[in-house]
Structure formats: C-alpha cells, structure tokens
Design a protein around this ligand. Sequence first.
Ligand code: ADQ
Length: 506
Amino acid sequence: MSDIDLLDLPLVLLSNRGPVSFDRDTAGRTVTRGAGGLVSALSGLAEHLDDAVWVCGAATPEDAAVAGENDGGSILVQTQPSPHVVDGKPDGPSIRVRLVVTDPDAYADFYSVWSNPILWFIQHGLYGRSLTPVLTRADHDAFENGYAAVNRAYADAVADEVRSRGGKALVLLQDYHFYLVAEHVREQCPDVVLTHFVHIPWPGPDEWRILPGDIRERLLRGLLGSDVVGFHTRRYARNFVLCAGELLGLPINLDELTVQVNDRTVRARYYPISVDPAALDATLASEEVAAHVAMLRYVFLDEDRQLVLRVDRTDPSKNVVRGFLAFGTLLDQHPELVGKVSFLALLQPSRTDVPEYADYIALIGAVVAEINARHTKEGRQPIDLRMVEDFALAVAAYSICDVLMVNAIADGMNLVAKEVAVVNRRGGVLALSEMAGAHEELGEFAVTLQPFDVQQMADALYAALVMPMDERHRRLAAAAEQVRTHDVRRWLNEQLADLSHLAGFS
Ligand code: ADQ
C-alpha cells in the first residue's frame, strides 16, 4: 500500500511537462510517454489511483488540438501496452490528463523570459552581477503578462479539477515554473492539502534581492500558499525559511523549518529525489546497451587505459567549460596520463534559443578543440565530445567509466551521479561537486570537486584515477547501497506520509 491510500483524497498533479505528449506522423496522431524518473514516479502514483488528474502544459500543436477537441477538459490515456486515449473504461493502467493551452506570447514570456533564464539563473547563481541581469520595463511586463498570467491559467485549471472532486484534494505542484499557483489555488479551494516541490536550488535572501522587490515578494507569497514546500536538501529548505523571514518579515522557526502565515503554519521540508534502480538495471541488461558497451570498451579501454565521463545538458550551471579546463590542467601536470586517459562527454543540447546557452555551446567547442590540439598523442585525441541525447549510450558509458565528473556550479540534486552509482561495474569513482544536492548523500563516497577551482578539480581527478582498486569498489558499493535504499519511490512516499500526517490521517 502506498501512503496515498492513507490520505483517502483525490489527487491533482501539476507540472509543466506532462506524462504524455501528442504529435502527428504520416499515419496520423501519435501518443508518446514522457521520459525520466520524475514522470515515471508520478505516473506510477497517478495510475494507481482511481481519482487522479495530471494538469500540464500543451507542449505541441497536437496537444493543443487534443485539448481543443475536449473543450479544455481532461482526457483518459491508457498507458499500457502502448499509450492511447480511451473513451470508456480502460482495460489497463491509465492516467487522466488535462492539457492547458495558453496564449503563445504569454507562454513565451512565462517560459523563455522568466522561468528560463531569469529564475533559473537566480537560483543557480549564474548572473555575473556587474553587468547582468539588466531588468527593464519589458521584464516587468513579461512577468505580469507572462509568468503571472500563465500561472493564473494553470491555477484555474487545478482549482477547477479540485472543485469537480468536491473541493478537497491533495495537490502536488512541481518546480520553478509555478511559484504563484499554490496561493491562487488556496484562494479558490481553501480545503486543499497542497505541496510544492522545487527541483532546483533555493539560494539565500541576497540572491533574491537581484529581483524587483514586488516580484520576489509575490513569488514567495505564492509558494507560501502551500502547506509544505519541498526541496532536495536541508540547506535549500533553510534558505527558503530565511527568505520568508528576511524578505517578507514573517515569523519563522529555523529549527523546525516553519513559516507562520496568518493562522497557517507552512513547513519547508527536504526530500532528496532519486532514481528507479529496477528500471536502470533493466536498461543496463538490454541488448542496445550491451552493444554500446562493447563499442565503448573497444574505443576507450583497450590495454590499461582509463575513462573519465560526463553526461549533462549543455547548461552553464553544469560547469562544462571549467570541467574541461581541469582535465587539460591534469594532462599538463601529469604528461604520463596523455594517451592513457580519455574524457568522453555526452552533452545534450539544451535551451539553444537562450543566447547565453548558444554562446556556452560555442565556448565548449572552442575549449575542447584547444585541449585536443595540445594533447593529441599518436593520433588519439584526449577528449571525445558528442552532442547527443542517447540514454542507452549514457547508461553504457555509466557502467564502464573509471571516473564520473559532476562539477556543477549549483545543481538541485543531480541524478547522473545516482545513476552511475547504480549501474557502474568498474569501481567507478564519483567526482562530485560540493554544490550538487547529491553531495549531501554521496559526498562521503566521492572525491569532492570545488567547481570554481580548476587546480583543485585537476588534483581531485588525479586522486580518483590513481585510487587503489579495492578502495574504489568499496566506495562505489556504499554509494550504490545508499541510492538503492533511497530510491524515487521513497522520495514520493516520504512526501505523502508527511501530507497524510498534516491532513490528520495518521
Ligand atoms: P537536470 O538539470 O536535467 O534536472 P539531472 O538531475 O542530472 O539534471 O538529470 C538529467 C537526466 O537527463 C539524467 O537522467 C541523465 O541521465 C539524462 N541525460 C543528461 N544528459 C543526457 C544525454 N546527453 N543523453 C541522454 N540522457 C541524458 C533537474 C535539476 C536537477 C535534479 C532533477 C530532478 O537541475 O538538479 O536532480 O531536475 O529533480
């Protein structure tokens, strides 16, 4: 039994990307399931319940067409054996989905101006501050007509679903796109039990002072419409409570991590997100991964060679450029490693419409070219940079790497580190940024990276590469045990248990 059974409440989920997406090919309409641990964990929950609905954005023109055909109401999608819309009673697991269509200009301001980059940059500390950001009237307008308007539309859809379930429901909101939703939903449906999980770091009050005063206050007040605001780590939860105290002047309790909002007590909690180990084990056992493993071994691991790996989106927060600079420094200072150690980078191009991201990709290419020119030996280049999104290839590389590099400037959790802990079979060492949420759980089994210090990172990579084999295996086994016993199901169940307690059911 899951903890949701204890609640005995209908469930309304909200996230920007939903569990299914519609498209068209030559044969007509297609339905695809969303990928990733979060979608599969929440899908498992929604499939398990009779009265659940998942509110999400219409991401494609075909999504919008489906929403229009149903007058903006929800549809029932049977998820297995293959996803399809059902009219009557499904004969397999199903999810009720409500696709929200918003004005394209408002959505562009919501998504491409405020969610990414402004909120993302604030929360990952990516602004240089001397020259960026330059917030203008256009940004104020984009907040009002974009972020706030779109949040209002999603909140109305959520409230509509709550009302149609009798006005009392458990509402689970996800991420930085929707900071204003909780307050709007509570205004319309005061009996909801509401939690908002923030997947990215929450910095302290001074970072938030970069934003206009009225906007940061609205964002905080919006989130405080929740009963629980969830984060990956205690540090982020504490920062949130500090913000409520310093920026809004509300009474707070830093030991209990609570904020008093009139007669309501809002709780900040931390629930470290994780992976689905069984799904990863199954992927690792697939023929596709086996074929990749054979090829990667042939290319990178003949004789006594070693492999450093990174797998990331090309996001400036992931600190790819300094990672390569550190690897270049390692080869400069340990010439005996040249020709013996390769660096494979599988980078998924991300948000290329944002100028900072496009510039960042160009810079990555230039830095790699320079290091490869400096250290090519016997025709072998030290860095193999592949701009691909290929999860089977990533899992294959996870399983055989000697070192995984995660050197993010800031990272809510970082699931790549947890995936490697589960599937690596070679005593792979995690080289893990102290600024990634995962460091709280896995830091003691990793070598720690300080993401701004290229020399420190080069030294840490060296320590990882020369670490004795028994020590490598001991650390990896301990990291794997930590992840397997703290999987994504536990992440969800702990939230539900807390809510069930709050709602007075346990
Ligand atoms: P992300 O910033 O996307 O997630 P992360 O947690 O590392 O970061 O998850 C990335 C996922 O995409 C992993 O499952 C990884 O395997 C996959 N991936 C990355 N590059 C890939 C590639 N080139 N090819 C194939 N697959 C690739 C945000 C936050 C994180 C937080 C998660 C979940 O920024 O801090 O851990 O949400 O809350």
